[in-house]
Write a protein that binds this ligand. Structure first.
Ligand code: RP5
Length: 177
C-alpha cells in the first residue's frame, strides 16, 4: 500500500507542500483542482501557524483507488487530521472518513446542496462539517483539536484569537476618529 501511495502521489495530483521539510500533520484534500481557490485558504492559515501540511487532489469518483490508498495510509504517514473539500455530490469527506481512524473536517464547496449531502453521513462515520466555502474554519477547528496535544500550537491559537479581537477593536476606534 505504501509503495502504491508513493507512486500515485508522485503524479500531477501533488500541488504543493507546506514546510515540505517536515512530516505533514494535516492533510488537505479536495475533489478537483477547481476547489483549490477555496481550499488554499486552509493552507494559508497553516502557514501562519507554522504547521506542516500536504495538499492533494483526491477524487471519490475520478480517482477512487487513490482515495482508498490515501485514506487507509494517512495516519501511518503521520497525518493527524484530514480536511476534505468537495462540491457536487460531495462524497469525498464521508468516503475518506469511512477508511481512516483520523478526524475528518468537511468543507462544502460552493452550492448549498453539498452541505446537506455532507450532513447525511451515516451514524458511526463522523465528519465535522463547516460552513460553505469556509476552509479557514475547517483548519482552525482542526488546529484547536491538535492544540490539545501541542502547547505551542495552543499558545499560537490564543494569540490568533487575541489578534482578531484587537483588529476588530482597532477598526472600531478608527470609525470614532
Ligand atoms: C467535485 O465536483 C469537486 O469537489 C468539485 O467541487 C466538483 C466539480 O469538479 P470539476 O468538474 O470542476 O472538476 O468532485
Amino acid at each position: 500500500v505504501e509503495n502504491k501511495l508513493k507512486s500515485l502521489l508522485s503524479k500531477e495530483d501533488k500541488i504543493s507542500d507546506g514546510l515540505s521539510q517536515a512530516t505533514p500533520l494535516v492533510g488537505i484534500i479536495m475533489g478537483s483542482d477547481s476547489d483549490l481557490p477555496i481550499m488554499k485558504e486552509a493552507a494559508k492559515v497553516l502557514d501562519i501557524f507554522g504547521v506542516p501540511y500536504e495538499v492533494r487532489i483526491v477524487s471519490a469518483h475520478r480517482t477512487p483507488e487513490l482515495m482508498n490508498v490515501y485514506a487507509k495510509s494517512a495516519h501511518k504517514r503521520g497525518i493527524q487530521v484530514i480536511i476534505a473539500g468537495a462540491g457536487g455530490a460531495a462524497h469525498l469527506p464521508g468516503m475518506v472518513a469511512s477508511e481512516t481512524p483520523l478526524p475528518v473536517v468537511s468543507v462544502p464547496i460552493r452550492g448549498s446542496r453539498s452541505v446537506l449531502y455532507m450532513l447525511q453521513i451515516p451514524r458511526g462515520i463522523p465528519t465535522a462539517t463547516v460552513g460553505i466555502n469556509n476552509a479557514e474554519n475547517a483548519v482552525l477547528l482542526a488546529l484547536r483539536t491538535l492544540a490539545i496535544l501541542y502547547p505551542d500550537m495552543q499558545a499560537s491559537m490564543i494569540q490568533y484569537q487575541q489578534d482578531m479581537t484587537d483588529d476588530v477593536l482597532r477598526k472600531g476606534d478608527k470609525l470614532m476618529d
